[in-house]
Design a protein around this ligand. Structure first.
Ligand SMILES: [Zn+2]
Length: 115
């Protein structure tokens, strides 16, 4: 999709610019890195101004911060369900132990007194 060299992180891209400044004999050395909205990788550019299709890091941070918060919310909700279910498993296992050891008699009418 993108012919430009792709970098996974901004740090990688900037590191490469520094390296080019030291070692490259090219006339044009990239000036900065930008996050590409098409491939979601970092590219290098020698242009000072941001192209119109280039989204600002600020924009991406805002967008992903909201998304990450939403996902954490879901994780917390799922965690709560798991904790609840684990407690229920522990309760049922303990009840089963009591039944096996004869401390509690199984009867369809009797309610579990520990509830
Ligand atoms: Zn790209």
């Amino acid at each position: 999709m993108c012919r430009k060299t792709q970098f996974a992180t901004e740090e990688d891209a900037r590191f490469y610019i520094k390296k080019l400044r030291r070692t490259s004999k090219r006339d044009v050395i990239p000036k900065r890195a930008y996050l590409c909205p098409k491939c979601l990788h970092w590219h290098l550019t020698s242009s000072e101004i941001e192209p119109h299709n280039e989204l600002s890091v600020q924009h991406w941070r805002q967008r992903y911060t909201a998304e990450i918060e939403r996902l954490w919310q879901i994780i917390h909700e799922k965690d709560a369900i798991i904790v609840q279910q684990n407690a229920e498993i522990v309760r049922l296992r303990s009840l089963l132990d009591d039944v096996v050891t004869g401390e509690v008699e199984m009867s369809p009418e009797s309610d579990d007194e520990r509830c």
